[in-house]
Design a protein around this ligand. Sequence first.
Ligand code: CS2
Length: 457
Amino acid sequence: MERLSDEVLKRLPGDVTVPGDRPDRSGILHLGAGAFHRAHQAVYTDDTDWGVTVAAPRSRDVIDALAAQDGLYSVATLGRSSGNDSGADLRVIGSIVDTLHIATERDRAVSLVADPATHVVTLTVTEKAYRDPHGVPGLLADGIARRAADDGPPLTILCCDNLPDNGKTTRAAVEPLLGDAARAWAETHVTFPSSMVDRIVPASTRATYERALSVLGVTDLAAVEAEPFSQWVIEDDFAGPRPGWDATYTADVAGWERLKLRTLNGVHSTLAYLGALAGTETVAEALALPGAEDFARWLVAEQIAPSFTPPDGQDTVAYGDSVLERFANPGIRHRCIQIAMDGSQKLPQRLFATIGDLAAAGIDLDLIALPLAAWTRFCAGKADDGADLPLDDPLRDVLRQSLAAAGPNPAARIDAILGIRQVVPEPLADNHQLRRAAAKWLRELDRHGVATTLEHL
Ligand code: CS2
């Protein structure tokens, strides 16, 4: 079957948006070849005259598919506003000009970080990657050291992962790995702006590739699908040239990060654990469980909103309403199990930060203890109907062992989870109100399951 390529661009159906002149070189190195990058930063870059080299840390699948297609791939925008017969607006993206495989071409990756033609390194490598000095942080440190030795031009390293203060987090992961000379050079030549990224992009499935084939008439094995909404707020702290991305540039991203991580991602994870336990496949289906949407709205209004001050002009409750509308998008099949993975890496910023601020302000912790109970039950690996649930998490063994040692008692299981210092901040471990409320919800979930618990809230 013929593949998408530069050659076939001019033969694609008229309702498919195609790239104009393609950039011949890239000023951007992107680490992480996942669907999110392809539906977010690479699309913003496609609207500029910059190009991207995409580096995949481990799996070759995506970069091999891109390499076989001249770097081209399609993004299907799915949702209520979708245009053509397939229910999707398709756009072919041309900003990816080169690919590389870090696991087998690490030195080339280091050279590209050091290359004077590289001005910006962007990252979507997931939360856990920042804890592994031998992985991405080590690669960046080696690249910076080489750039420093050459006294190269300044470099911007832009984190696009869902972490609070993600620029600072990246700097903190990289800096200790630099020698004195490179560290001194980096202080004046490398910046780490923070950014808030947002677009719902489920992992591609066979249906994604089938849709792409039926609309394009050629095979696209790097196709992705996404919701219509897209947002990017970037701290305006570029060391050198800034790509012409149509993003929001601001001096302070922290408020935006908090709004998104606590509201969108916090409710996303909540629905993912509740839905996985209840046996619903997608977030939209979890939200449609009787009582689920009311619960989500109460959670936002009574617990998430009072936990922080939103950025100027934003209202957390209204933002939460728009988020729930996006979650209900019937065109997006975002699997609960996908969002449920790596809970130990996600919940500190999505849930425990909120709980910590509420506790400090003396606000009641009843509703926010339900997602904690749901995660605790999820970690044990059984859905409400007894089906097995996967626990895909770097702290899997710690979680499972702590729960096994706690035995069946709900209060003991909550204490076991709250005692895991890598996940739960110290003061919450013996917060009586939280322990009591979470144990109560866990007992309800054990006895009646998620569906009945939500229905009777
Ligand atoms: C999701 C995010 O997988 C997850 O954990 O919560 O990927 C979410 O879809 C994005 O952050 C939306 O911008």
